[in-house]
Design a protein around this ligand. Structure first.
Ligand code: ARG
Length: 566
């Protein structure tokens, strides 16, 4: 049992409150010199019927000398505990060594499914930088949930249905060149160009729109030739997207997108009607949500066509049936707040109590500062270009810093990609974010390269030491301030992981990683790791080993690799 739990149980017995509750009361003092654990005694005022300062004083008296506590100090309404640092240090260091990459993992999820709809790119459209947040956030959440014993179901809900595919078809048949598209470095760009041309031409020739409508209708009817072309567009877009996913290490369990629900919608529409959830308004079928201060949710257009919300309602029901999810997450920008509120409310009105388990994990916008790409008018910035540029820039920096590095290309990829991925995962997701090269590739700032660099430094220390025998450790050397701070930063990682899952906020982990890194660097400069004393050296090496693991794990959970040398 860890000391926190032991103290909580002791206080629970004294105060007549459950120890779980006490554990929830504990806070961390603002700085280590004020103690290791703080108990805000006003939380006990009601059950003990006393003023908080009096409670603090009494508890202090009965806890002094308690095993593992050096001192209990009442400060106003707070009681601050100073733990036996040597003992604490030893326990933490051994725990991380023992658990390794499983540090902070749990079976709490009990294998329950968590659907994560993320990335969800659109066919025949650019996979642009604006898709980075959903992609890396969803990827990170899937790793975090897996760490906590859940089974993430990673879903790429492709935007692969709608009248735009009729336009694509017409444009391709009129102006497209199969060879050229097939062999292009970026087939998506070719398709987008055709699509743009369609719009230009249609301005002067409205009959093109009629043709496009007819063409989409033929896709709906699975006309063999047009269906084949439509599948080919999908395949081209996905083939290219796969390159980006590979760079990022992102994988999916399902690519069931909007088209997948085409044949599943009639039943759901009937269900909506049978349950009396929908009304007809000007020929359109809608869900009136005025009672909930929302505009109506459109189910069928007046021409009978289905639409985005219809597909999402159908998809949610399908996911519940197929995965019996514990949570059903949608990692989508906040521009779609209303859409998801409407969809979730409609599901609730259909009588599905699991609507409460659907969560829109929304996030802010990304903009690019000092972007040096040729962004011809209206052209999106492709995520692949940004990643490749980051890798190239990293390669140049490394050429200078460590010209002799083996597998420099691989390391440049890990660092370059990490630099780009980091930004959207280092702040609360709802905040808008501006990407800048200087910030992203700064090896000294609060960045992925800095964390990777610190990890490589730990690896290098351990490599040079050539191993240690843990039995020889003298734990008493781990009590100075910089050491205690490092241990504390490592020790909080499991809590950060739990909170990240609870709030769908991976940045809680990346912040913790940076804290560990800056504490490690301070520890490294203030303490001689390769001390003459074998016991001291061993304890410090073991702690370095912990830092290495904790950084690597934290980075892994936000989807970033940690090279051993750089
Ligand atoms: N394809 C959409 C877009 O790029 C995002 C889809 C999000 N997922 C969903 N189930 N609606 O905006």
């Amino acid at each position: 049992m860890d000391i926190k739990t032991a103290v909580a149980e002791k206080i629970a017995a004294l105060a007549g409150v459950s120890s779980d509750e006490i554990l929830g009361f504990f806070e961390t003092p603002p700085s280590p010199d004020k103690g290791d654990i703080a108990l805000p005694c006003f939380k006990l005022a009601r059950s003990l019927r006393k003023a908080p300062p009096a409670i603090a004083a009494e508890l202090a008296a009965s806890l002094s000398g308690f095993d593992g506590i050096v001192r209990a100090e009442p400060v106003g309404g707070y009681l601050n505990f100073f733990l036996d640092r040597t003992d604490e240090a030893k326990k933490t260091v051994l725990r991380v060594l023992d658990e390794g990459m499983g540090f902070g993992s749990s079976n709490g999820g009990a294998g329950r499914n968590v659907c994560i709809d993320f990335s969800s790119i659109n066919i025949c459209k650019p996979f642009g930088v604006h898709h980075i947040t959903t992609t890396v956030l969803g990827h990170s959440l899937s790793r975090i949930f897996r760490h906590l014993g859940f089974n993430p179901v990673r879903i790429n809900h492709l935007g692969d249905w709608g009248t735009q595919f009729g336009k694509m078809l017409v444009a391709y048949k009129k102006w497209g060149d199969r060879e050229k598209i097939e062999s292009a470095e970026s087939p998506t760009r070719e398709l987008v160009a055709l699509y743009v041309k369609f719009h230009q031409e249609a301005e002067n020739d409205p009959s093109l729109d009629d043709e496009a409508r007819a063409a989409f209708r033929s896709i709906e009817l699975h006309d063999p030739e047009n269906w084949e072309l439509y599948q080919w567009f999908k395949e081209l877009t996905l083939r290219e997207a796969e390159r980006v996913y590979k760079l990022l290490g992102v994988e999916f369990d399902s690519y069931n997108g909007e088209a997948f629900y085409e044949d599943k919608m009639p039943a759901v529409i009937k269900e909506l009607q049978d349950k009396g959830v929908t009304t007809v308004d000007n020929g359109a079928t809608i869900v009136d949500l005025s009672a909930y201060d929302m505009p109506p949710c459109l189910i069928l257009k007046s021409n009978g066509g289905t639409i985005y919300p219809t597909r999402d309602i159908t998809a949610a029901i399908y996911r519940k049936k197929t995965y019996d999810f514990y949570k059903n997450l949608y990692v989508v920008a906040y521009q779609q707040n209303l859409h998801f509120r409407q969809v979730f409310k409609t599901l609730e009105l259909m009588g599905y109590d699991w609507a409460k388990d659907c969560v829109h994990v929304n996030f802010g916008m990304i903009s690019m500062q000092d972007m040096t790409f040729s962004t011809r008018k209206g052209n999106a910035i492709y995520l692949e270009d940004v990643l490749m540029k980051a890798i190239e820039k990293t390669r140049a920096i490394m050429q200078e810093k460590s010209p002799d590095l083996e597998n420099a290309d691989e390391v440049a990829r890990q660092i370059g990609v990490g630099a780009v991925v980091w930004g959207p995962l280092y702040s609360s997701r709802i905040k808008d974010f501006t990407f800048s090269w200087d910030k992203a590739l700064n090896f000294e700032g609060e960045t992925a390269p800095y964390a990777q660099y610190t990890h490589a430094r730990c690896c290098s220390v351990l490599r040079k030491a050539g191993g240690y025998d843990i039995e020889k450790a003298d734990w008493s050397c781990l009590d100075n301030e910089s050491t205690a701070n490092l241990i504390k930063a490592i020790k909080t990682l499991p809590d950060s992981i739990e909170s990240a899952a609870e709030k769908y906020e991976p940045y809680l982990i990346s912040r913790n990683v940076i804290e560990i890194c800056s504490c490690f660097n301070k520890f490294y400069f203030e303490n001689r790791i390769m001390d003459e004393d074998e016991g001291v050296k061993t304890a410090r090496l073991a702690l370095t080993d912990d830092a290495r693991t904790a950084i690597k794990l934290g980075l892994y959970l936000v989807g970033i690799e940690a090279p051993e040398r750089m």
